[in-house]
Design a protein around this ligand. Sequence first.
Ligand SMILES: [Zn+2]
Length: 448
Amino acid sequence: MIHCAIRSLRVPYGFTLCNRFLSPVLPQTRLLSDTVHKSKLLQLYSTTRQLRKPLVSPKWSTTSRITATSSLQLAHCRLFHTSQPRKAIPPLVWLILRPFANLAAVLFGRIFRKAWKKLPQEKRDKIILRLKRNRSKVLGAAGALTFGIFLYVLAHLEEAPYSKRKRFILFSRQDMRNLCEQAEQEILSTSASKVLPHRHPLSKTIVRVMAQIMESNHQAIIDSGVTSWNIYVLDEPEISNAMVLPNGTVFVFSGIADTCSSDDQLGAILAHEVAHVLLNHQAETLSKEHLSSFIFLFIITAIWAVLPDFAAFLSHIFASQTSQIFISLPFSRLMESEADAVGLNLAAKACLDVREASVFWAKMALREELGCEEAPMEILSSHPSHESRQKAIDELIPDALKLRESCKCKKLSPADPRMKFGLHKLRLKEAESKGCLSCKSIFSHYDI
Ligand SMILES: [Zn+2]
């Protein structure tokens, strides 16, 4: 299996891991309680690696464990809850059907227009007259369809954890996990040679920070139902990014080492990715896409039924881009902001310095400001601008600091890293005005 052949890193946290290896070592309740120490987990993790056994048992059910552990109360910081999984059409079926449905809508609209044109004027007038006479029935049918869609949406509404906003979810977490297993294999089949070994210093750092986040937020991790978290660090120095799949597989690109100047900044990025999984954002995005695609089918059909081919083609593109700008992208930005907010709390509970999250986005914003990176228009972007993210995080930091304090973390240095970065920024701007700015220096360590 590719999963075993490549050099993957497995975060020492997961039900199966506990079930198979840790239970004999520690009592179960103790194992999943607050008292488990990170070093113990890491020690046990290295033991499991030596055993070279798969950490995931597909036959092992998590249901009983979730029930058994859900009563364990954390002293503080229990923020997340998840809804029960529901039966739904697998997302893969939707993904396959969608392009065909779009094509069918175009063809149907076009065939209707051609057939209409071929009809003698007398017959067309008759049909129009009949429709006018039965106006109430036509409107009733349209109303029934709209009401049906409304009821369908209503039946699939659920409350998002943490933000408590109502959202439309069509797919269960399990559906999403099944879907992304395939995506994971595809990514790995093309990037297997780029996966850094677990002995690599960057891999070690990322696993250590991730373990800290996992351990400190274990109840949220349990609630998410993700039983195994994998990290792949890909040797891509030009890419400074990370991404996550709904099954808890995190891909981190090695360029992140240049942009994050501390564990706290790295932790902010990783916590953001974990937050996407806890919030089940992938299922929400896919559900919304399917709903909007379904509604869009009616619009496409109407466009191709009324307009001549070229005009219909242009209108189709225009409608598609408009829905992208006014529906999909704002929705994506909302998800990102939510993941930032929840990620900040995860980082706070992991005793990271949450003020560094603001510094990270300030650096990214400065990079754009100084012309080291192109700044896309926010309205055309799937993510909020770096500046918007920094401002939003700054607003959340006081609460995150209180949360951190309530988790009995070590006191933070009174020297606010945001102030330090402010001075660094002034120096960089001065260097820019003298024409001797190096873009790399934006991310360099900024001790004063
Ligand atoms: Zn994100």
